[in-house]
Design a protein around this ligand. Structure first.
Ligand code: IVH
Length: 296
C-alpha cells in the first residue's frame, strides 16, 4: 500500500487520487496515465492524419493546434482549489514528486480562484532571455534551457530551484465532471488562474468560428485547410520566440470524439505532434570518459 503524500483530496469515484507514494517518498502514481505523443515530420503525413481523423468523426470535428514547448513535462494536482502535488511525467504511470520546487515558480498558482479538484498538465520552461544569465552562474553549465529546467525541478534544495526563474504553459485540464471540449477546458483553466500559451489555433469546418475568436482573440481561427498556414507561420516565428518549441501539437477538440478514438498503449489517437527539423549544429567530442554503472 502506498502512503498519501499529503492531505487526501475528496474525489468522486473514477477520478483517482494520484498522491500515493509508490516505492519511496519521491515516486507517486499519476491518476491518469501520461501517454506519449505520436509524431509526424512531413506536411503530407499531417494532411492524411487530419483527413482520416475528421472522416472518422463525420467531419464535424474541430482541432486545437498548439505550440509544442520544449521544456519539462509536469502534472499539477489540485484539491479544493489548493495545489496538492506536482509530478514529473516519469514513465507515464509513476512520476517524481517535485512539489516543493514547483511551488517556487511564480506562474504556478498555489490557490485557484475556485475550490475545484482537477489535474492540469503543462510544460515548465526557462525563457531564453533568462537562460544565458542563469547558466553563466552555474558550476556546471547546462547545454540548453530544457536540461536546466528539468535539472532545476530535480534539485534537492528548493532555495536553489527558486533561484532559477522558470515559467510554465498549461495545455491540458482534467475536470470532474469533464469539459465537453478542449477549448472549454482551456478557458476554465485560464479563468482559474493558470498561464496558457496565447499562440494557438482552432480549425473546423463545422463550429462557430466567431464565438472562438471572441473567446480567444490571440488564436488563429479557420477551416482545416488553414492548418498548413498556421504550421508555416509557427515555423517562421520559431527563431524569434523567447522560448523553445520543437513542433506543433494537433488535438481533437471534442472530448466525446477523443473517447471514441481512444489510445494505443503508447499514444492517444486523437492528437499528434508535427515535429520541426532540429536546428543543426556541429559538435566536437573533446574527451571520452569511461565509467562503470551502478549495476556493474
Ligand atoms: S499534449 C504528455 N501539448 O511534448 C502528453 N504536449 O511527448 C501531453 N508538450 O513531454 C501531450 N507542449 O510535455 C501536449 N501543447 C502541448 C505540448 C506538449 C509540449 C510536451 C509534453 C511531452 C511531449 C510529448
Amino acid at each position: 500500500m502506498g502512503v498519501p503524500c499529503c492531505r487526501q483530496p475528496k474525489l468522486t469515484p473514477g477520478f483517482p487520487n494520484p498522491c500515493m507514494a509508490i516505492r519511496h517518498t519521491m515516486e507517486r502514481a499519476h491518476s491518469v496515465p501520461v501517454l506519449s505523443l505520436d509524431k509526424l515530420y512531413q506536411p503530407e503525413e499531417l494532411g492524411r492524419w487530419l483527413k482520416k481523423t475528421s472522416e472518422y468523426a463525420g467531419n464535424k470535428v474541430g482541432f486545437t493546434v498548439e505550440e509544442k514547448i520544449d521544456g519539462a513535462s509536469i502534472v499539477l494536482y489540485y484539491d479544493g482549489g489548493e495545489l496538492l502535488c506536482a509530478l514529473t511525467r516519469g514513465n507515464g504511470l509513476v512520476g517524481n514528486d517535485v512539489t516543493a520546487n514547483v511551488k517556487t515558480i511564480g506562474a504556478v498558482p498555489l490557490r485557484l480562484s475556485e475550490d475545484v479538484t482537477l489535474a492540469a498538465r503543462g510544460e515548465i520552461f526557462l525563457p531564453l532571455g533568462r537562460f544565458a544569465a542563469v547558466n553563466a552562474g552555474m558550476e556546471e553549465p547546462y547545454a540548453n534551457p530544457r536540461n536546466l529546467a528539468a535539472g532545476t525541478l530535480r534539485r534537492v534544495k528548493s532555495s536553489e530551484a527558486a533561484a532559477v526563474p522558470l515559467d510554465i504553459f498549461v495545455y491540458e485540464g482534467f475536470f470532474d465532471p469533464p469539459a465537453a471540449t478542449h477549448r472549454e477546458a482551456l478557458e476554465r483553466l485560464e479563468a482559474l488562474g493558470f498561464r496558457l500559451n496565447p499562440s494557438a489555433g482552432w480549425f473546423s469546418e463545422a463550429g462557430d468560428r466567431d464565438a472562438v475568436r471572441r473567446a480567444h482573440p490571440s488564436w488563429t481561427v479557420g477551416g482545416l485547410a488553414d492548418i498548413g498556414g498556421f504550421l508555416a507561420a509557427e515555423r517562421a516565428r520559431r527563431a524569434g520566440l523567447d522560448y523553445e518549441i520543437d513542433g506543433i501539437v494537433v488535438k481533437v477538440d471534442e472530448l466525446a470524439v477523443r473517447e471514441r478514438l481512444g489510445a494505443t498503449g503508447h499514444h492517444p489517437r486523437w492528437e499528434i505532434a508535427y515535429k520541426f527539423e532540429s536546428p543543426e549544429g556541429v559538435t566536437t567530442v573533446t574527451a571520452i570518459e569511461v565509467q562503470v554503472g551502478r549495476t556493474g
